[in-house]
Design a protein around this ligand. Structure first.
Ligand code: PRT
Ligand code: ZN
Length: 297
């Protein structure tokens, strides 16, 4: 088969919390798609990567069945599907992504007699993540009775069908609104890019490698900031200590002030107000922090 015929398919969530960010990330990698009317399959223009828009729960199974080569889905769902599948193919996480963050937490009614996770032995836990919850509890020697629900897990204790829940939490508002308190985090999750261990073949492999190299550039750029300032020459060591992940700064002379230099540096981690205040205290002035759009190592 010729190179032009090999294409890979990426499954992303059609409509939900991960949809916009998943599409935006692929677009940041230079991918453009011809949107089809039925909106389930988008053909990739310029780059041999096509999109499948589906429910997030279907993505891991599509990867395991070889329907698509890549998928962006929450680690919570990938782990649940992997644990629930009986052997066979495996999911591989290729990159963790900077969105879709949440935690799978145990929560109990405000007036519960349960004090900690050990108190859940023999009790009923409602969850949409039965395999993951059971696995995480069992690994700590806790045997609970799992009540599987596909949604509205938070109302189960109030209805008397469970003593506790294991559910996704981000702000905690839903728990509070249902008079539940978080007992413990079982699992933290973000969206991630997955593939399966099905052999890709060299052409698809090389498309994947090119995409991953672009993706790494986008992910690094997202984290990175370009920082410029004027600073005393003697403060350069302090500045290197203050700025997170700073790499070899460029120094430029400043006309008429031999003791001060212009410093330009790429920081690989977040730059916060505290860093700027510390730079100012070290003698820096005219501090500018700029986003980095693209980066190729
Ligand atoms: O239709 P489809 O099946 O594709 O979508 P869905 O409704 O199953 O999923 P969706 O869009 O709600 O979530 C997709 C993914 O986003 C999840 O699998 C997680 O990986 C991630 N994510 C991040 C979350 C949350 N944050 C989150 N807060 N998924 C769900 N929630 C729920 C939470 O359980 C609670 O009920 O949102 C509610 C609000 O949370 P609080 O704590 O802010 O009140
Ligand atoms: Zn879903």
């Amino acid at each position: 088969m010729s190179n032009t015929k090999s294409r890979i398919r990426v499954a992303i969530q059609k409509s939900g919390r991960l949809s916009d960010k998943s599409l935006g990330l692929l677009q940041s990698c230079g991918l453009r798609f011809a949107r089809s009317k039925d909106k389930l399959f988008w053909y990739g223009q310029d780059f041999p990567v096509d999109l499948l828009l589906v429910r997030d729960d279907d993505i891991p199974t599509m990867l395991l069945d070889g329907v698509c080569e890549l998928g962006i889905v929450g680690q919570n769902i990938a782990r649940e599907v992997q644990l629930a599948s009986n052997g066979g193919n495996e999911l591989n996480m290729l990159r963790k992504l900077n969105f879709g963050g949440c935690r799978l937490s145990l929560a109990i009614p405000e007036d519960s007699d349960i004090r900690d996770a050990n108190g859940l032995n023999g009790r009923r836990i409602a969850t949409s993540y039965p395999a993951l919850t059971r696995d995480l509890l069992n690994s700590r020697g806790i045997e609970a009775r799992i009540v599987k629900l596909s949604g509205s897990v938070e109302i189960a204790p109030g209805l008397g069908t469970a003593d506790a829940i294991s559910d996704l939490v981000s702000t905690g508002t839903t728990l509070r609104a249902n008079h539940l308190v978080e007992l413990e985090t079982l699992f933290t999750s973000t969206a991630a890019l997955y593939t399966s261990d099905i052999e890709l073949g060299s052409e698809k492999r090389s498309i994947l490698d090119r995409l991953l190299s672009r993706l790494d550039g986008v992910l690094q750029a997202e984290e990175s900031k370009y920082v410029m300032m004027n600073a005393p020459r003697k403060a350069l060591d302090d500045i290197a200590r203050i700025l997170p992940g700073a790499e070899h700064p460029s120094l430029m002379d400043l006309e008429g002030t031999p003791d001060r230099v212009a410093v330009h540096v790429v920081c690989r981690e977040g730059v916060f107000w505290e860093h700027l205040e510390a730079l100012k205290a070290a003698g820096a002035s005219a501090i500018l922090v700029l986003p980095v759009e693209k980066m190729l190592a």
